[in-house]
Design a protein around this ligand. Structure first.
Ligand SMILES: NC(=O)c1ccc[n+]([C@@H]2O[C@H](COP(=O)([O-])OP(=O)(O)OC[C@H]3O[C@@H](n4cnc5c(N)ncnc54)[C@H](O)[C@@H]3O)[C@@H](O)[C@H]2O)c1
Ligand SMILES: [Zn+2]
Ligand SMILES: [Zn+2]
Length: 361
């Protein structure tokens, strides 16, 4: 059977998104059909709409979602109908060269549903990050549906499916932030604030939030920033050094995706420190760094894909921390909206009015 639902589609670079009929097949072997309960609007959705990821239009947007398993295909043993799940855009294949080396969080062949979702005329859509969840139903590889405690509020839980996991993991998994560290987070949207929350969870001593918007800096304090720097008023590098005894931070996390902020992160860290790039650059961006500084500062320059997470390990754990009151996922939900409000949510994001607008279905 094919299920007919309304979904949010980006048809062309820069064009406003539209709500259209999407045909979602019933699950085949190894697949799961998920009834979406909530899906956050991530900056990566906007990157897709702007053609900054690739040109495979039309995109079926939405990838930060939680829901309930509607039906499963043959051979799916780990899920039952009715399970509460968070959708992951990483479902390690277990067979690629990275999985075989025991590094499944880098899996180079992450699985997605094999059957295609289409527009009403049968033409295929490209689901954002292999999900496509701004719709009542979506079809995923069963490994992308990660079971979590059903007591978690869907609009908060779904955020772990992308941006919040990316930020938490950028600090904890990629950056290796630990007790007593100093950390700077440049860009305090949903991803950056999650990196701040992750740094606090990991026991960082100093957490410096940098943004160009005072409202964002105020919110960052709520997630654990011990200091804030508005980089339109102060030189971010100098301010970070001043707050760390003239040395710079142990871990500098870039959560914008921009050459200027990457350079700030590079120069704002202490000797032997770590730079983590979690912001997604567009293909035309370049950075030029003095090679002697790359060498002389030592440490490491890392990129963080999805916070180097293992969804099956990390999602249930962070949901438990949330239910214990130790991780404020609710604080990221700025507003709940309907499926028809995604375009307006992009504008609110651009104006800096929200951390996350979350579509509730
Ligand atoms: N690596 C991953 O796996 C992953 C996952 C999800 C999102 N992302 C990326 O992370 C980035 C942030 O996503 P988000 O959803 O938090 O976006 P967002 O738009 O909510 O937040 C971006 C923040 O950066 C701030 N900012 C913009 N320019 C700045 C500058 N020059 N200096 C300092 N701050 C500046 C904005 O004021 C805003 O607070 C995006 O590039 C997104 O694509 C990466
Ligand atoms: Zn793999
Ligand atoms: Zn995302």
């Amino acid at each position: 059977m094919v299920n007919e639902v309304q979904g949010v589609i980006a048809h062309a670079k820069g064009a406003g998104v539209t709500l259209e009929t999407i045909l979602v097949p019933d699950p085949g072997p190894g697949e799961a059909l998920v009834r979406v309960k909530a899906c956050g609007v991530c900056h990566t959705d906007l990157h897709y709409r702007e053609g900054a990821i690739n040109d495979d239009f039309p995109f079926f947007l939405g990838h930060e979602a939680s829901g309930v398993v509607e039906s499963i295909g043959d051979g799916v043993a780990h899920l039952s109908v009715g399970d509460s799940v968070i959708l992951a855009w990483r479902s390690p294949c277990g067979a690629c060269r990275s999985c075989l080396r025991g590094r499944a969080w880098y899996c180079f062949d992450s699985r997605n549903a094999r059957q295609q979702m289409t527009l009403a005329d049968g033409s295929p859509v490209s689901p954002a990050l292999g999900i496509g969840a701004f719709a009542e139903l979506t079809l995923v590889d069963a490994g992308q549906a990660v079971k979590v405690d059903p007591r978690a509020r869907p609009e908060a839980a779904g955020l772990l499916g992308c941006g919040i996991m990316a930020g938490l993991g950028a600090a904890i998994n990629t950056g290796g932030v630990s007790r007593g560290d100093s950390v700077a987070v440049i860009g305090c949207g949903g991803v950056g604030d999650a990196a701040i929350a992750g740094s606090r969870l990991a026991g960082a001593h100093t957490i410096i939030a940098v943004d160009i918007d005072d409202r964002k800096l105020e919110w960052a304090k709520g997630f654990g920033a011990t200091h804030t720097v508005n980089s339109t008023q102060t030189d971010a590098i100098e301010a970070i050094r001043e707050l760390t005894g003239g040395n710079g931070v142990n871990v500098a996390i870039e959560a914008v995706g921009n050459p200027a902020t990457y350079e700030q992160a590079f120069f704002a860290r202490d000797l032997a420190g770590t730079v983590v790039l979690v912001g997604v650059p567009s293909p035309d961006m370049t950075v030029t760094l003095p090679m002697i500084e790359v060498f002389g500062r030592g440490g490491s320059l890392k990129s963080s894909w999805y916070g180097d997470c293992l969804p099956t390990r990390d999602f249930p754990m962070y949901i438990d921390l949330y239910l214990q009151g130790r991780l404020d996922l609710d604080g990221f939900v700025s507003e709940t909206i309907g499926l028809g409000d995604v375009e307006e949510a992009f504008h609110k994001m651009e104006r800096g009015e929200v951390l996350r607008s979350v579509v509730v279905l």
